[in-house]
Each structure stands twice: as C-alpha cells, then as structure tokens.
Design a protein around this ligand. Structure first.
Ligand code: NAP
Ligand code: HSE
Length: 428
C-alpha cells in the first residue's frame, strides 16, 4: 500500500484526535483509501507536555522548518488555532508545494483570502471541513451534495459551547457563569472562551458557510454578532412559559438587499427542529431551491468528532493529490453585499427590569408605540410596590432600527433599572 506522509501543526484536543484516528491500524479508512497516511512530524509548543497519545521518538518537534522544508511531507494539518503563526505557517506550507487541512475557522474567516489565493496559485488543496460544525460534513454537503442548489437560507446552531451552556441553563435552571467552566473542561471551548460566549466563533463559521453558499467573502466585521452573555435563567423561563426555547443561531439568507448575516440569541417555538439540539451538538438547517429543506445534525466539537472531519479532508486530498480542487474558492469569489441588521424586521421578546410604580408600564408601551412597535402581549409577575419587577413584552413584527432607538429611550427612563434584554423571534 502506498504511504503518504503528513504532518500536524498542533497536538491538543483536535490534534490528539487526529493522531488517534491515523494510528488506528484496524481502521476501515486504509482499505477504503487504498493508501496509508503516516504522521512524520508534529509541531507543538512544549515537548514535555503530557499527551493522551504516543508518538514515536523524534516525531514531536518545536521547529516548524522540520515540516515546512521536508519535501516528503505532502499534507500539513493545522490544528494549533489562532491567526498567527498559524496563517504564516500555512502560507509557507502552500508555497512549498504542500496541501493543507485546517480546523481554524478564526483564521479562515478573518484572514482566509491570502490562503485560498496562494492555494489557487500553487494548485494545492485546502481542506477545512472541521472548521464548521466539528464532525458534521456540512461543507462537503453544501459544496458537493447540494452543488445544484441555490441556497436560499442557512441557519443553525454552530457553537457547541454556547449551546451546551444554554441547554444546561434550560434543563437545570443554572446560571451562565456556573456552566461555562464545565464546557471549558469538556474541551469544547475556544482558547479564548469569549469567542464562544460572544458569538464570535459562530460568526467565524457563518462567514465560511456564506462563502460556500453565496460565493462571497463577507468582511468579518459586517456580520452582526451578539452572544449569550445577557441571557439569564429568567429569560429562559419566561421564553419557556410563552412556548419558546432560546438558542444561539447563526443565520444567512440571500435577500434583494444583499446577504443577511447574523448571529444572536433567538427564540424558537417549542417543536422547531433546532430546539431538539441539546448540549454541544450542532445542527444546520439548509433550504435549497431544488432540495427544499435539509437538516445536518451531529457533534459540533470535541476531539474525535472534529478529528473525523479533519481526517476526511486528509483522505480526500490523499486520494486526489495532483487533481484540481473542488473547493477552489479563490477563483470564483465576488464582493459581498451585506444587508445590515438595522433593516431586519421580525418579532421580539423584550424584558425590562423596572421599579414597580404607577405609569412605569405606560411609559414603556408609549415609547414602543412612538417607534411603530406594536405589542402582542405583556406579562408582569406580582411584586411589592416600589420593588424591582420584570416586565416581559412580546411584539408584532417591527423594524430593528426602530427597536434600537426605542430601547435607547426606554433604558434612559428613571423607572428602568437595567439594560433591556432583547431576543429576536424566528418561526421558520
Ligand atoms: P488546543 O487543545 O489548545 O491545542 C493547540 C495545539 O497547538 C497544542 O498542541 C499546542 O502545543 C499547539 N500550539 C499552539 N500554538 C503553537 C505555536 N505557536 N507553536 C507550536 N505549537 C503551538 O486547541 P484545539 O481545541 O485542539 O483547537 C485547535 C484548532 O481546532 C483551533 O483552531 C480550534 O478553533 C479548532 N477546532 C477545535 C474544536 C474543538 O472541539 N476543540 C472543534 C473544531 C475546531 P502544546 O500542546 O505544546 O501547548
Ligand atoms: N469552540 C467551538 C464550539 C469548537 O464550542 O463549537 C468547535 O468549533
């Protein structure tokens, strides 16, 4: 059997999963591929760090030149994370004629252009299945399985950590801060967990999905990004009693005014398929003009699920080393026309922390009315007069721009004691 030598940049949560899969002599992969993938070198920061895998003497290195300058290494697998030095190492690898595979969505979303351009110039493959939704083969699903479709909308739960936190808050009534640590210990969270909590990781993945679905590269800053920090167990309970679950969704949709690109907490009616996605699981709902609705579900993070996606790319590249890439993105990218969130129209859940006193509700309702926002229902639990009380308001469809200016004025009211909480409602 022919052997193809590969190298890893990084041997952490994902890298160790890759080592395990590639070290499994009895894996069906070898028979299916008809070739053997051999790990020649693994770049790490600290040679002494204890790892869950055993590598032969001399495989671990702290010197990237041992990988980049070795012509026998055909595929470089980047699982170190961060934008630099990962970006520079991948560019060097491509420049030296190597194919690359990466799980690094931050790098691709924020600085992917030069990588795809270099790959096109050097006629090398870039595999990045693991960069979106961990083990779910969503990128191959979109770029191969749904190649004949115009993608009308793609929406999903694509951050396992945030979904884990919201699920634990929902199922066990826990508060946000209590759950974050457990997600970090499970190995789902990014090195900087604010990426997960503030929606940045989901926005990185959405940027990659948009490139595949709509052939454009959205400047990362133009993706509206809001995380789950402001969601409390109170909102989860109110949402539940109104018939909704709260999920962090990433949504892209082609509209006449441009591509909508947004990540934010979203209220979905109980029974919606995405409300059945719990823990660190991910799911992506795709609407194509030919296929209709499709749902991709699976493990969105973790060592072996992510390694499964990484190794699928390595295997696909090994199978067609010198053939042209199916994902030659750089050749067909066009500028992105992004529809700003201010133009979004939809229903809203609002929660105000208010001092219970005569006229407090009337002031809020008046300001909403002044901004053309119509209320569908209001709920206020009983409290002693003068105490802080939550007022929950559900609205009819309203325009985001109007909502933001109404909330600014409401927040300035003397009776409103904290920043209002807003959650957008999606029913489709
Ligand atoms: P991790 O556990 O922190 O591992 C990072 C690895 O890279 C470590 O082995 C580290 O070396 C090495 N490394 C980091 N900086 C380095 C440098 N400057 N020079 C040499 N080696 C360096 O990270 P991870 O969770 O595996 O994530 C890796 C990538 O996969 C990230 O881009 C992440 O976003 C992506 N991803 C992760 C998951 C997941 O579930 N964890 C899922 C999908 C995608 P030492 O071991 O010596 O410190
Ligand atoms: N931190 C990411 C998540 C890892 O929680 O989804 C998978 O990309």
């Amino acid at each position: 059997m022919q052997s193809i030598e590969v190298a890893l940049l990084g041997c952490g949560v994902v890298g160790q999963g890759v080592v395990k899969l590639l070290s499994d002599e009895s894996s069906p992969l070898w028979e299916r591929l008809g070739k053997k993938l051999v790990i020649k070198k693994v770049l790490v920061r600290d040679l002494k760090q204890s790892r869950d895998v055993t590598l032969a003497e001399g495989v671990l290195t702290t010197d990237p030149r041992e990988i980049l300058e070795d012509d026998a290494i055909k595929i470089v697998i980047e699982v170190m994370g961060g934008i630099e030095p990962a970006g520079a190492l991948l560019l060097q690898a491509l420049n030296n004629g190597k194919h690359i595979v990466t799980a690094n969505k931050a790098l691709l979303a924020e600085a992917g252009g030069p990588i795809f351009e270099m790959a096109a110039e050097k006629k090398r493959h870039v595999g990045f299945e693991a960069s979106v939704a961990g083990g779910i083969p969503i990128l191959k699903g979109l770029s191969e399985g749904l190649i004949a479709n115009r993608i009308e909308r793609v929406s999903g739960i694509i951050n396992g950590t945030a979904n884990y936190i919201l699920s634990e808050m929902t199922e066990h009534g826990l508060e946000f801060a209590d759950v974050l640590k457990a997600a970090q210990e499970a190995g789902y969270a990014e090195a900087d967990p604010t990426f997960d909590i503030d929606g940045i990781d989901a926005a990185h993945k959405l940027a990659i999905l948009i490139t595949l679905c709509y052939g454009c590269q959205v400047p990362f800053k133009e993706i509206y990004t809001e995380g789950i920090r402001n969601i409390s167990s109170l909102d989860i309970d109110f949402a539940d009693s109104l018939g909704y679950s709260i999920k962090l969704l990433a949504i892209a949709q082609e509209t006449k005014q441009g591509v909508e690109a947004r990540v934010h907490p979203t209220m979905l009616p109980h029974g919606h398929l995405l409300t059945q996605v719990h823990g660190a699981m991910n799911a992506i709902h795709v609407v194509g003009d030919a296929v209709g609705e499709s749902m991709f579900y699976g493990a969105g993070a973790g060592s072996l699920p992510t390694a499964s996606a990484v190794v699928s790319d390595v295997a696909m590249i090994a199978a067609r080393l010198e053939e042209p890439s199916l994902l030659d993105i750089a050749q067909r990218l066009h500028p992105a026309d992004v529809r700003p969130i201010s133009e979004w129209e939809g229903e809203y859940y609002l929660r105000f922390a208010v001092r219970d006193c005569p006229g407090a509700l009337a002031q809020i309702a008046g300001l909403l009315g002044d901004h053309d926002i119509s209320i569908t229902s209001v709920y206020q639990p009983e409290r002693d007069e003068g105490a802080e009380v939550p007022i929950v308001v559900m609205t009819h469809e309203a325009r985001e721009q109007n909502m933001q200016s109404a909330l600014q004025k409401i927040e300035a009211l003397e009776t409103v004691l904290a920043k209002p909480v807003l959650v957008r409602v999606e029913k489709g």
